[in-house]
Design a protein around this ligand. Structure first.
Ligand code: MD3
Ligand code: FE
Length: 223
């Protein structure tokens, strides 16, 4: 079977003039379908610029495993992992230089999405950029390296669609499945801030803007 192809309007609602559908996944967790679709090309161009300065790399977990997702960061601080643990660091350990600045288009999208989801005043200081290729996965985890857990995390999906897995507050909670398409934005806060979540192995495909990649941005307030 040939790989699925996805145009710019993957999962667009029937009436393209309709405002982006807002869906509550769980208390505190809000999906803004297609919220980032118009900004997609500009966001992806910025990812290119950032990754030319701070290349995507496969981090090593404290347990010594190479992560399947390739990552880079922009903003005042970036998320890194090595044999000593996980942390946010102002410096890219590969280059010894500060991470690239967060582009205005990133910051404004994250602030507007948070506001639309009921979290006004969100001021992210870090953006983790994840790159998935077919077969790449992210196993169930919690995001708890941020000091202020009252702030939400804003996630922006671009390129190939993915199956998002999310469970409860305990690792053993059986995860539900949810499709994330190009342009979808999910805001995770309040009672959903510490839910276990992950991404199922990415299926093959060809997207008009990213080819065989999925790019995910997560905006965080780390302190
Ligand atoms: C739920 N990224 O970078 S985004 C991550 O698609 C991460 O690359 C996934 O999990 C990705 O840490 C999922 C959705 C997401 C992000 C952060 C969350 C869901 C979340 C934080 C708390 C709860
Ligand atoms: Fe996460």
């Amino acid at each position: 079977m040939p790989a699925m192809t996805f145009d710019l309007f993957d999962a667009l609602p029937a009436d393209s003039n309709a405002p982006p559908a807002v869906e509550t996944l769980a208390p505190g967790a809000v999906v803004l379908h297609g919220f980032a679709r118009d900004a997609g090309p500009e966001l992806l161009a910025a990812v290119q610029t950032i990754s030319a300065e701070a290349p995507f790399r496969h981090l090593i977990t404290p347990g010594g495993l190479r992560m399947s997702v390739a990552m880079t960061n922009c903003g005042e601080r970036g998320w890194v992992s090595d044999r000593t643990g996980y942390r946010y660091d102002a410096v890219d350990p590969e280059s010894g230089r500060p991470w690239p600045a967060m582009p205005a288009v990133f910051r404004s999208l994250a602030e507007h999405a948070a506001e639309a989801a009921g979290y006004p005043g969100f001021a992210p200081d870090a953006c983790l950029i994840n790159r998935y290729l077919p077969g790449t996965r992210l196993s169930l985890h919690q995001d708890r390296d941020e000091l202020d857990l009252r702030a939400p995390i804003v996630s922006v999906s671009m390129g190939l669609p993915a199956v998002f897995l999310w469970g409860g507050l305990r690792r053993a909670d059986r995860p539900g499945r949810f499709r994330l398409a190009h342009g979808d934005v999910v805001v995770w806060g309040g009672p959903s801030r510490l839910v276990f979540h992950g991404i199922a192995p990415l299926a093959d495909g060809d997207h008009a803007l990213t080819g065989s990649e999925r790019i995910n941005l997560t905006f965080r307030k780390t302190r």
